[in-house]
Each structure stands twice: as structure tokens, then as C-alpha cells.
Design a protein around this ligand. Structure first.
Ligand code: SAM
Length: 349
């Protein structure tokens, strides 16, 4: 795409059709997360309000449209694709999307096709996911206490999720556990989660709660800085920094006592935006260039306006040209409202 003189900025790399996506700060975009539905069968207290209003189904891109959209991002240099939500496995027919996307793994255009799930639907799908080339999945699990699990997810059943994890491993999927650190809720069991996950041959990533969407309770009440979590874990374990990367934002240590890997995702205490390689597309085809900013681009119009992908290429390039330098999440006493109105379930975690 040729930019008009008015928008020409000599410090910005200029994109040409077919170029890999590089943003104004020189970051190559190689990782796409797609929220395939905003619906979920859990209502985690830090993610959603109890009485969420979901999008009318008619607003959603079809699975074929999502497939086409992902294909264009892959043509433009995306090497890693994560389907998320909402809960990706509650989207009807979702296996046909995995199946179709697996052609990009077979052709070598894509390095990884993966998902983030709460695990509730995994028994139905684990073997099929493995057949479609999915090698790893993230499962979200914040506690090993059944009552706490019910309180956090509002609707979830811990035993079911634990059984699911075993089934997924048996189907050949590597499982990584994601746990959000929640003040006064699971902070006393994070060390136990380290031991349990590593004992089961899984990595664990601990995530700082982000101020996304109104969830009906104060973020300050939930927020536990991971600097504090890490310091506490370091009293119990020997944490050795390692270079391991999965293409996402986590920074990993090896826990000497367990031999397992432990990741920290710290959007608040240490923002990692300088190495951001990610963008997100919602189930309505809205492209968010940053999880922590409002600016977005409508790709649905470009997708539906023409059977050719030219408009889509142009819309994506134009949007990447305004990817911001970083987010500015803040959780403190002065900021009582969420940093952003939209919930994590819209953009996809
Ligand atoms: N339903 C799937 C699941 O439970 O993993 C995928 C979607 S969920 C939005 C993706 C991830 O985002 C989960 O690991 C969840 O714990 C995390 N998450 C949701 N809201 C968050 C928030 N406000 N701050 C930090 N992480 C959040």
C-alpha cells in the first residue's frame, strides 16, 4: 500500500503489499489471537460480570470468514495462531475451523496452531485437536480448591477440569496452566500450584489481573503484583531465569527444586510492550492492535466487501501502521473505573 504524503513518516517502515507486517516501532507481527466467540460457560470473577450480555449470533463472522481472515494474516507473516474467546470450544462447529487451519501447518506457513480454554469441553475435542496438529493448549486454572474454583468461575467444577487435563495429556497435548494471581483469593496456594503443575509435567504461567471491563468488583481488591508473588516464591524455591520463549509475553524461570518452568505475565509491574509481536481479532472481525488500548479496525467490512483479499490486506496494513507503542494499564486508588470498557472475553486472552 502506498501511503499519502500527508501520513508519510520517515521513521516508520513503509509497508508494501506482501510485506511481512512491521509496526511503526519496528516490531514484526507474527502472532495472531482470534476470539472466536464472546460466550463462555464460566463466569470468572476477574473476566466477566455475572449478568453478561453477549453479542447477537448474527453479528459473528462465520467460521469460513474467520478461516479466510486467518489465512490473510498468515500470508502476511503470522506464524503463530491462538484461538481463544470467550470459550473457544463452545463455538458450534469449531473443529471445522481447526481442521481447515491445519492446512497452514501442513504447508509450513504456520509454526503453531493452539488455543486457550477453560477445559470444560476438552474431553470431547482433545483427540481431534491433536489430529488437527494442535500440540499444546493453555488451560486456565487459578486454584486447586473446589470451593474456591466454584467461587472464582461462578459455574465451574474443579474435578471435571482436573479430569480433562489428564485426558488432554493422554491425547498427546502438552498442557500449560494459566493462573491469574488474585489478592486474598489464591495467593496462598501459588506455591502449591507450582508444585502440582510441575509434578504433572506441565508448565505454569501466573498472570497479573488486568483492568479490562466492569466485572462488578474493584480491581484494586483483586490486584496482586507479580513482583510480590515472585519474591514470595523465591523464599521457597530457587528461581533461575531462562531464555525459554513460547512467542507470547511470559518471561520464564526454571524452578530448581521441581525442574519445571514457571512463567510470569506482568502487564502492570513490568510492561513487555517493547517486544510485542501480537494483535487480536474478535469474533466480529474487529482488529485490536493492542490489548490495552481502545483503537481498533473493522476488518469485517473489508472481508465482506469483496471476494478478493486486496481490501483486507490494505485494511490490515493500515491498522498495523497505527499499532501503539504500548498499553497504559493502571490499577490504583485514583483509577476506580476499568482502564477499558471491553472485557477480556471480547478481545480474547
Ligand atoms: N475461556 C478460555 C479460558 O478460560 O482460558 C479463554 C478465554 S480467557 C479470556 C483467556 C485467559 O484470560 C484466561 O487465562 C483468563 O484467566 C485470562 N483473563 C481473563 N480476564 C483477565 C483479566 N482481567 N486479567 C488477566 N487475565 C485475565
Amino acid at each position: 500500500m502506498t501511503r499519502g504524503v500527508a501520513t508519510l513518516d520517515l521513521e516508520r517502515p513503509q509497508l508494501r503489499p506482501g510485506d511481512a507486517l512491521v509496526d511503526p516501532f519496528g516490531r514484526a507481527i507474527s502472532y495472531l489471537r482470534v476470539s472466536v466467540t464472546d460466550r463462555c460457560d464460566f463466569r470468572c470473577v476477574y473476566c466477566m460480570a455475572e449478568d453478561m450480555t453477549f453479542l447477537p449470533k448474527a453479528d459473528l463472522l462465520s467460521l469460513e470468514e474467520l478461516d479466510r481472515l486467518c489465512g490473510v494474516f498468515i500470508e502476511k507473516g503470522v506464524r503463530k495462531l491462538r484461538l481463544t474467546g470467550g470459550e473457544p470450544l463452545v463455538r458450534r462447529g469449531i473443529m471445522t475451523l481447526f481442521q481447515s487451519l491445519s492446512r497452514h501447518l501442513a504447508s509450513g506457513a504456520l509454526d503453531e496452531l493452539t488455543l486457550t480454554t477453560n477445559g470444560s469441553q476438552l474431553p470431547k475435542y482433545a483427540a481431534e485437536l491433536a489430529r488437527h496438529g494442535v500440540k499444546r493448549t493453555n488451560v486456565s486454572l487459578d486454584t486447586l480448591d473446589p470451593d474456591r474454583f466454584r467461587a472464582i468461575t461462578r459455574w465451574g467444577d474443579l474435578d471435571q477440569v482436573l479430569a480433562v487435563i489428564k485426558a488432554a495429556q493422554a491425547a498427546g497435548l502438552a498442557v500449560k496452566i494459566n493462573a491469574v494471581a488474585l489478592k486474598g483469593v489464591n495467593e496462598d496456594e501459588l506455591a502449591g500450584l507450582v508444585e502440582w503443575t510441575h509434578g504433572q509435567g506441565m508448565d505454569l504461567t501466573i498472570i497479573e489481573v488486568m483492568p479490562l471491563g466492569d466485572v462488578g468488583e474493584g480491581r484494586l481488591d483483586q490486584y496482586l503484583p507479580l513482583s510480590m508473588v515472585r519474591a514470595r516464591l523465591a523464599e521457597r524455591f530457587t528461581l533461575e531465569d531462562i531464555d525459554y520463549r513460547t512467542g507470547g509475553p511470559a518471561r520464564y524461570v526454571r524452578v530448581a527444586e521441581t525442574g519445571g518452568r514457571l512463567g510470569f505475565i506482568t502487564p502492570l509491574t513490568h510492561n513487555f510492550c517493547e517486544s510485542c509481536n501480537r494483535v487480536r481479532v474478535t469474533c466480529t472481525g474487529t482488529l485490536f492492535m493492542c490489548l490495552g488500548q481502545e483503537d481498533a479496525a473493522d476488518l469485517r467490512a473489508a472481508l465482506r466487501a469483496s471476494e478478493s483479499n486486496d481490501l483486507l490486506h490494505a485494511a490490515i496494513e493500515e491498522a498495523i501502521g497505527r499499532k501503539p507503542k504500548g498499553h497504559d494499564f493502571v490499577i490504583d486508588r485514583r483509577h476506580k473505573r476499568p482502564a477499558l470498557a471491553r472485557h477480556m472475553s471480547v478481545t480474547g486472552g
